[in-house]
Design a binder for this molecule. Structure first.
Ligand code: KG4
Ligand code: ZN
Length: 395
């Protein structure tokens, strides 16, 4: 099955063409084409993502990225016949004028590619940006007569670990396999969740953050330290430099919020305040103090994530632990979680590749395939939902 996948939930406009084979239990994926436009440079100036700016960028970039990905997958052929677009397209894209303009100009000139399914992220994420992708998917679906699979972004992060053994350009038979019951620690810019997966597509959220998400905390603390957006990679870089320079542990300590509470919830906003006090007390902060703070913050987040995950591993008979989402790109977190394979016998720990940790459309194609091949009917409407959760996806 050949899947065209579209992701616009935040600040990455991404489209892929993925060939999926096998079953939900034993899938195999080949990446035929992958095109992504990251808006990070645009949002850097503001220190965060501006939804309306992001929406405009998605509108501008979707058609060029589609052409790029079709060329890469060798599915790009110009059509000679001059067919008019169905009038409905005007209605579907009425809120995306720039996308409508490009759609009208280019899409009728492209021959229908041999694609079996269009997968599109419907949520969670920024609702205005999600709609751009959803309306684009609906328009393509109408013109080319290809079905759509609405896809949950977080389910995409879970599926991202299935491609962890080799690089993203043309993997044939990946070996990583999720055994059940599985546990997913999802750590991204918008989410921090521990999710029990008893069997494929059967989710139960055990706990989540009560305030900031882990990635959000990295971004906010980075901003306080004068580092650029997104803050996670910056903090982990400084933390690494500090660890290389000083063997000994930090003298100055941050709290480990909720580390001993009798639940699976998290709280990261207190860390931000503690860093603020530290900066206020120090008045002028040196580069080496900055590195020390980055390292201590990185350690505090990692320790809380590990302890809460261990608690769930002890209480459920977990076979596979999935650590996914943008924050899973963090080397300290990856190393610390990899060790759990030694402490919990029979446990395998899966991470996505670094590239597939942060938002991408390959994971959306993989999640859509798992859903399609498990033959569950999709009952949710094809509409963007910024707060889409596992409980209101079609389970
Ligand atoms: O999954 P993602 O790309 O987008 C969302 O769905 O939110 O995650 C983005 C988050 C950002 O907050 C970013 O700072 C964080 O992932 N991140 C990291 C690292 N790389 C990205 N956090 C910690 N360490 C990293 N190396
Ligand atoms: Zn994400």
């Amino acid at each position: 099955m050949i899947i065209l996948s579209i992701e616009t939930s935040c600040d990455e406009t991404a489209i892929s063409v993925v060939e999926a084979k096998g079953s939900a239990e034993s899938p195999g994926f080949s990446i035929l084409g992958n095109a992504c436009f990251s808006q990070i440079k645009i949002h850097k100036e503001y220190g965060g993502v501006y939804p309306n700016l992001a929406k405009r960028e998605h509108q501008k970039n979707l058609v060029p990225l589609l052409i790029e990905v079709l060329k890469e997958s060798k599915f790009f052929k110009l059509e000679t016949k001059d067919e008019k677009l169905p009038t409905e397209i005007e209605k579907i894209l009425e809120r995306e004028p720039e996308l409508l303009r490009q759609f009208k100009e280019f899409i009728p000139t492209i021959e229908k590619p041999p694609i079996d399914l269009i997968a599109v992220t419907t949520g969670p994420g920024l609702e205005p940006t999600l709609w751009v992708g959803v309306n684009f998917a609906k328009s393509l679906s109408r013109v080319w007569n290809i079905p759509i699979e609405p896809t949950n972004h977080m389910e995409g992060h879970i599926a991202s670990v299935l491609l962890n053994r080799s690089d993203e350009s043309g993997i044939k038979n990946n070996e990583s396999r999720i055994n059940y019951p599985a546990l997913a620690l999802l750590i991204s810019g918008g989410h921090t969740q521990l999710v029990l997966i008893e069997k494929p597509l059967k989710y139960k959220i055990l706990g989540e953050t009560r305030d900031d998400a882990a990635g959000e905390a990295y971004d906010k603390v980075a901003r306080m330290l004068g580092l650029s957006y997104p803050g996670g990679p910056e903090i982990s870089r400084l933390a690494k430099e500090d660890r290389e320079k000083r063997q000994e542990a930090n003298v100055w300590r941050l709290p480990r919020p909720m580390i001993h509470t009798d639940d699976y919830d998290f709280s990261f906003s207190g860390l931000k305040t503690a860093v603020l006090y530290r900066l206020r007390d120090a008045k002028k902060i040196t580069n080496s103090q900055k590195k020390e703070i980055a390292r201590e913050f990185d350690d505090a987040v990692t320790e809380v994530l590990i302890r809460k995950t261990e608690r769930a591993l002890r209480n459920y008979d977990i076979k596979t632990l999935i650590v996914a989402g943008g924050v899973a790109a963090n080397p300290n977190i990856r190393e610390s979680f990899a060790v759990l394979e030694k402490t919990f016998s029979g446990l395998s720990v899966l991470f996505p590749t670094i590239k597939l940790s942060t938002d991408n459309s390959i994971m959306i194609a993989m999640a859509a395939f798992l859903r399609i091949s498990s033959k569950q009917e999709t009952v949710i409407p094809i509409a963007a939902n910024g707060n889409l959760s596992f409980s209101n996806s079609a389970n």
